[in-house]
Write a protein that binds this ligand. Structure first.
Ligand SMILES: Cc1cc2nc3c(=O)[nH]c(=O)nc-3n(C[C@H](O)[C@H](O)[C@H](O)COP(=O)(O)OP(=O)(O)OC[C@H]3O[C@@H](n4cnc5c(N)ncnc54)[C@H](O)[C@@H]3O)c2cc1C
Length: 395
């Protein structure tokens, strides 16, 4: 084993959650090592709708608004359309940013744009990149991470953003509670002849939501949840046939569909770590939780993980305390579980109520949406929760 290279904070994983955590930590003056993990070579057509608190995180990283804003699109209205054809049909529900006192709920940013920006910013902030993977882990007075290239890193605190199969989570013995859905999400973007008016439309269909999200100009991204076999068929269609399907399922509301971008299918599952921290390791992003892409919660929760972790660690450092101590880890775990658990429950219920043909569940979903549609204070409360209410950074 080589002599450990010392840092304050080690971040494992160079996905968007790990990169944001590394930038936040470096911006707060921590000496940061980033372990990149294996390079992803497939193109990623996903875009992420980041709500205002997440944009505040990007601002703290020194990336927002900058020139990113001009290349992304605001979400000024969110529509939920019951397109299930069920016995109980919910009324259309429209959330308006203006009603929530905001210019926009957030911005829709392609991951293919966001990740290189975060990477470049992390380098500018002095983060030391290690092109390797976590091989093993031990902790006592400090954390020691052995890499598969033979290097060894040490720090007080490790942020594990190494994805849903997190090696660090397994190394510290945190169990993952996971479940799957009989669904696959297709991510793709396309051009359309009619303007989107900065409105994201979530059509609730029997196989799950079909959600269009604005991109700059007359372009939108789409997250289309389908039964796995149907998704496989759709993935085989040529662009013209896929455009015709999208046009039909969006009821022609965006006009003629063309210029289909690269597409990718994501099998749907959910997961949550039984604890979000142990033994000098805090779990961040999909290492801690996975949700289906409904209501744009996934990466928004992950940015809050990163933010909470760094805020807690910086406060402990400023009090001259050990910022990887057990007490701090417990505070992080409690804070993050309080945010993540209820969101996962709501997303799960919403998703299962679409997949189920069970009449009371359908009726319950329709009644809840009808109440939301008709009662302003409840709608405003739902909007603040959806935005990530109660976080370090105001929406
Ligand atoms: C179709 C779809 C649409 C979505 N839309 C939205 C949205 O609109 N809004 C939103 O908030 N969220 C959205 N999400 C969720 C969001 O895309 C994910 O939460 C996010 O991309 C996951 O980022 P991550 O950094 O946690 O994980 P990953 O991107 O999986 O990164 C994990 C990293 O860990 C590295 N790694 C793996 N093993 C090791 C190891 N042993 N050592 C070190 N590193 C390792 C990997 O190389 C990778 O760099 C969507 C998801 C899907 C599927």
């Amino acid at each position: 084993m080589s002599k450990p290279v010392e840092f304050d904070v080690i971040v494992a994983g160079a996905g968007p959650a790990g990169l944001a955590a590394a930038c936040l930590a470096a911006a707060r003056g921590f000496a940061v090592a980033l372990i990149t993990g294996p390079r992803e070579t497939r193109p990623d057509p996903r875009t992420v709708a980041l709500m205002m608190p997440s944009l505040a995180v990007l601002e703290a990283c020194g990336l927002w608004p900058g020139d990113l804003r001009a290349q992304t699109a605001p979400l000024r209205k969110l529509r939920l359309v019951d397109d299930t054809g069920a016995a109980f049909v919910a009324p259309e529900l429209v959330f308006s940013a203006r009603e929530a006192g905001l210019d926009a709920f957030g911005w829709n940013i392609p991951l293919a744009l966001l990740k290189p920006r975060l990477e470049a910013r992390a380098l500018e902030l002095g983060v030391k990149f290690h092109q390797a993977s976590v091989a093993s882990y031990a902790a006592d007075a400090e954390a020691v991470v052995n890499l598969d290239n033979g290097d060894t890193l040490a720090a007080r605190l490790v942020l594990a953003a190494d994805g849903r199969n997190s090696a660090l989570r397994q190394a510290v013995g945190i169990e993952m509670i996971s479940w799957s859905y009989d669904q696959t999400a297709i991510a793709v973007s396309f051009a359309h002849s009619q303007p989107h008016h900065d409105i994201s439309s979530e059509y609730h269909k029997q196989a799950g939501p079909f959600t269009t999200v604005p991109l700059p100009g007359r372009r939108s991204s789409l997250v289309w949840m389908e039964r796995p076999q149907r998704a496989e068929e759709l993935m085989q269609l040529d662009d013209k046939a896929l455009a015709a399907e999208i046009q039909a399922l969006s009821h022609g509301e965006l006009g003629l569909i063309s210029e289909i971008g690269p597409r990718r299918a994501f099998p749907m599952s959910g997961a949550r770590a039984s604890s979000f921290a142990r033994n000098r390791v805090m779990l961040i992003g999909e290492a801690a939780h996975t949700v289906p892409p409904i209501g744009a919660q996934g990466l928004n929760m992950s940015f809050r993980d990163a933010d909470d972790a760094i805020v807690l660690a910086a406060a402990a450092r400023d009090r001259a305390e050990d910022f990887g101590a057990a007490k701090l880890l417990t505070d992080y775990d409690l804070k993050r579980q309080r945010d993540v658990r209820p969101r996962q429950t709501v997303i799960d219920l919403m998703n299962r109520s679409l997949l189920s043909a069970y009449l009371p569940l359908e009726a319950g979903r329709a009644a809840s949406l009808a109440t939301l549609a008709s009662f302003g204070p409840l709608r405003r409360f739902a909007m603040s929760i959806g935005l990530g209410g109660g976080t370090n950074r105001a929406g």
